[in-house]
Ligand binder design. Structure first.
Ligand SMILES: [Zn+2]
Length: 283
C-alpha cells in the first residue's frame, strides 16, 4: 500500500505536470469507484489548480469550486501520460504494465492537450470522490497529526501515547493518531527504535517513545527524499524510481540476517498485518 512518502511523491509529481490543464473528458469505466453520480460532468471543462495531501489522501483542488479526493488504498495507482512520457505513482507491483488503458484502468482523465491521467486499481479498494469545502473539512477532521509538520512536537507525541493500552504497531497504523504511516514504515521505525511491534504503548519508556518519535520523522523524510519505496523496476518519465527500498532493514526481509546483529529477521502477524522484526535487536 502506498504510504505517506509514496503519496507525497505522486502528489508533487502530478502537481508539476497537470495544474491548469483543461479537462476535455472523463471516462468512468467502473462507476462504483467514483462519487457522486455527476462525477464526470463536474470535472468536464474544469481543471486542477492545486494538489495537496493529508495522510495518504490526495486532494485535487478544482478551479470551479470543490475538491476531488483520491485514495489509493491497497493497489491504487495514478499514471500521467504525456505522449510517450509516463509519470507513475502509487502501487508498484508487477503485472500492471504501461500499455494503457488496461483492464485495471477504471477512470481516465483526458486533457485538452491530449495528455491523460489514469486511475488504475487492481483490487478496487481505492476511490475518487468530489466534495465541497464543508464535506472536505469533515473528512479532514478524522485525520491525526501530520508527522512531518511542525505541529508534531515531542510533547504532542508524549501526550498522544499516554495511557494507551494498544500495541505500538497498531498505534502507528492508526490514522487518527499519526497519519500516513503504513506497514512498511511502521516496521522500519520500530526496528530503528529497538522496540518490538507487540509492545503495549503504556509499557514504553520515555526513551523508547522519544526514539520512535525521532525515527518516524527521520525515516519518512528520508523515504520522501528517495521518492518512496518501489518494488519493481519501472522508471517514470523523468527516469526516476522510488529508491528507498535499498534502505529497508526488516520489511520483506524475513529469513534474511539482521543488518545490525546477524540474527534471522522474523515475520509474524500483528493486527492482521505481516510484521517484520529482529528478536535480538528489538525488545
Ligand atoms: Zn538484529
Amino acid at each position: 500500500m502506498p504510504e505517506l512518502p509514496e503519496v507525497e511523491t505522486v502528489r508533487t509529481d502530478l502537481k508539476r505536470k497537470l495544474l491548469n490543464k483543461r479537462i476535455k473528458e472523463v471516462e468512468v469505466r467502473l462507476p462504483k469507484i467514483v462519487r457522486p453520480k455527476n462525477f464526470a460532468a463536474t470535472l468536464t471543462q474544469n481543471s486542477f489548480v492545486d494538489v495537496t495531501r493529508r495522510g495518504k489522501l490526495i486532494i485535487f483542488h478544482l478551479k470551479k469550486k470543490g475538491f476531488m479526493l483520491v485514495h489509493l488504498k491497497m493497489t491504487g495507482q495514478l499514471v500521467f501520460r504525456d505522449h510517450d512520457q509516463f509519470t507513475v505513482g502509487g502501487h508498484s507491483q508487477k503485472g500492471m504494465g504501461m500499455d494503457l488503458p488496461n483492464k485495471y484502468s477504471h477512470v481516465i482523465f483526458k486533457f485538452e492537450d491530449e495528455s491523460q491521467l489514469f486511475f488504475n486499481d487492481l483490487r478496487q479498494f481505492g476511490y475518487l470522490k468530489i466534495v465541497n469545502q464543508t464535506e472536505l473539512n469533515k473528512v479532514l477532521a478524522k485525520f491525526g497529526v501530520e508527522p512531518l509538520e511542525p505541529e508534531f512536537t515531542p510533547e504532542k507525541w508524549q501526550k498522544l501515547t499516554e495511557n494507551r493500552r494498544t500495541n505500538i504497531k497498531a498505534f502507528l497504523l492508526n490514522q487518527a493518531v499519526v497519519t500516513g504511516i503504513g506497514n512498511i514504515y511502521a516496521d522500519e521505525v520500530l526496528f530503528a527504535s529497538h522496540v518490538l511491534p507487540t509492545r503495549t504503548v503504556n509499557t514504553l519508556t520515555t526513551r523508547e517513545k522519544t526514539a520512535i518519535y525521532k525515527n518516524i520523522r527521520l525515516i519518512l523524510q528520508k523515504a520522501i527524499d528517495h521518492r518512496g519505496t518501489t518494488f519493481n523496476d519501472y522508471v517514470d518519465g523523468d527516469g526516476k524510481k522510488g529508491s528507498f527500498i535499498q534502505f529497508l532493514k526488516v520489511f520483506h526481509k524475513n529469513g534474511e540476517p539482521c543488518p545490525d546483529c546477524g540474527a534471522i529477521i522474523q515475520k509474524t502477524r500483528v493486527v492482521g498485518r505481516g510484521t517484520h522484526f529482529c528478536k535480538n535487536c528489538q525488545v
